[in-house]
Design a protein around this ligand. Structure first.
Ligand SMILES: Cc1ncc(COP(=O)(O)O)c(C=O)c1O
Length: 403
């Protein structure tokens, strides 16, 4: 039978890249493709103890239906943590919604804000799964010109004036995929323009705590704003574990309230057991110590990857050394197409994600995203050498360059 799917799902179709990457997990390919934290570093004992505590202290409430807004003690803990670690002071626990991962926060926001007539502005490149959400609500996504410091205020203002967007979606600290960190000036400029043109900023910050340089400070937009124009989301996926599927979103009460109503229709509430276990993890486990350990391991893996790429000394290969997060973004000779190259790389035993699908505007096809947090240093070294082998062959046989 031919199923008559809604028009809006046309963006959900599988891609050739996804099909190649699906087989990567099955063979002995070294994959830099996934956005995975290292499962060897998961705080297994802490999580086991947290669940034991939930069962020891609760009266079955962790197994019951619960408030859509989220487990109140966890919301209060999140507020405290955001005050202390991020300087976000504008919100109370009524202005926080616990979500099923920060991915759901992007979806709920889009559900209440975006339709076929609406515009959303993004960086370029930007988080692929956010683009998918915006498209699934048939919104018009427009890329704002940007460099390593963030969006260019001139282009941002011109697009705000011309398109009257509902929202600007940004990952200003250790972005996925580019590992970018916005400068303070660009952050302030974005907030100022959002106020001037009455646009909501959606700040997605899953990686902010994975900061490699101690002496730098990257103030979230939500801490720079007065509490009216920024919606901020983050997650336990990168600092604890992704499997508990718990994130949060905080911002102006009216938006949070509307998102909470949308969440009711979507999944009633986030898993109560996960929320209560995470509350126990936050209060009875040294989460900050754990994050420090993650930072130290991830930083050293990033250094290994950077060293290997530098040693390879490939002409026209460039990247900015990541200051945090989980990704290294590589740009190659303009004549190379990383989507076409992927097949060959996988056959040679290494995988990456081609840059093309991360673009909302005109894609740079000579880019790729490499994850440095999942593979061991030995496998990073081996994998980069395999990748360099494939790339060097192309450099040697210039006639095989792709246009
Ligand atoms: C930029 C960005 N936002 C949101 C998410 C979703 O994370 P989660 O739903 O696990 O909280 C991710 C996951 O990789 C991400 O990279």
């Amino acid at each position: 039978m031919k199923y008559a799917f809604a028009k809006r799902v046309r963006h959900l179709q599988s891609s050739a890249v996804r099909d190649i990457l699906k087989v990567v997990g099955q063979g002995d390919v070294i994959s830099f493709a996934g956005g995975l934290p290292d499962d060897e570093l998961f705080p297994m004992k802490g999580i086991e103890d947290a669940f034991a505590r939930v069962f020891a202290t609760g009266k079955g409430s962790a197994l019951q239906y619960a408030e859509t807004e989220g487990y109140r003690p966890l919301r209060e803990e999140i507020i405290k943590r955001m005050n202390e670690k991020k300087g976000i002071m504008n919100y109370s626990s009524d202005e926080v919604l616990v979500t099923t991962g920060s991915q759901q926060a992007i979806d709920l926001f889009s559900r209440i804000m975006l339709g076929p007539e609406d515009y959303v502005l993004t960086e370029d490149p930007t988080y692929l799964a956010a683009l998918q959400v915006f498209h699934s609500y048939e919104a018009n996504v427009l890329a704002v010109d940007s460099d390593d410091d963030g969006m260019f205020p001139d282009d941002l203002e011109q697009k705000m004036k011309q398109y009257k967007p509902k929202a600007v979606y940004v990952v200003p600290t250790f972005s996925n995929p580019a590992g970018r960190v916005w400068s303070l000036e660009r952050r302030k400029a974005l907030i100022q323009l959002a106020h001037k043109y009455n646009v909501v900023i959606f700040e997605d910050d899953p990686y902010g705590e994975l900061q490699f340089l101690d002496n730098e400070q990257y103030t979230p937009l939500a801490a720079l704003d007065d509490g009216t124009h920024v919606l901020y989301t983050s997650t336990f996926s990168k600092i604890a574990v992704p499997a508990l599927r718990t994130g949060w979103v905080m911002g102006p009460y009216q938006i949070i309230r509307m998102m909470s109503q949308a969440k009711q229709a979507n999944d009633l509430h986030t898993n109560s057991l996960s929320q209560q276990a995470l509350y126990q993890l936050c209060t009875n486990f040294n989460l900050d110590g754990h994050i420090e350990q993650l930072i130290s391991v991830y930083r050293s893996r990033m250094e290994v990857m950077v060293d290997c790429l530098q040693k390879a000394d490939l002409p026209e290969l460039s990247f900015v050394k990541p200051r945090g997060g989980m990704f290294l973004w590589v740009e190659l000779s303009e004549r190379l197409n990383t989507t076409i190259l992927l097949n060959e790389a996988v056959r040679n035993g290494v995988a990456y994600v081609p840059g093309e699908p991360f673009y909302a505007g005109l894609a740079k096809k000579n880019t790729m995203r490499l994850n440095f947090t999942h593979a061991t240093p030995e496998r990073i070294e081996k994998g980069i050498n395999l990748l360099v082998e494939v790339l060097s062959k192309k450099v040697e046989h210039q006639e095989h360059f792709f246009v």
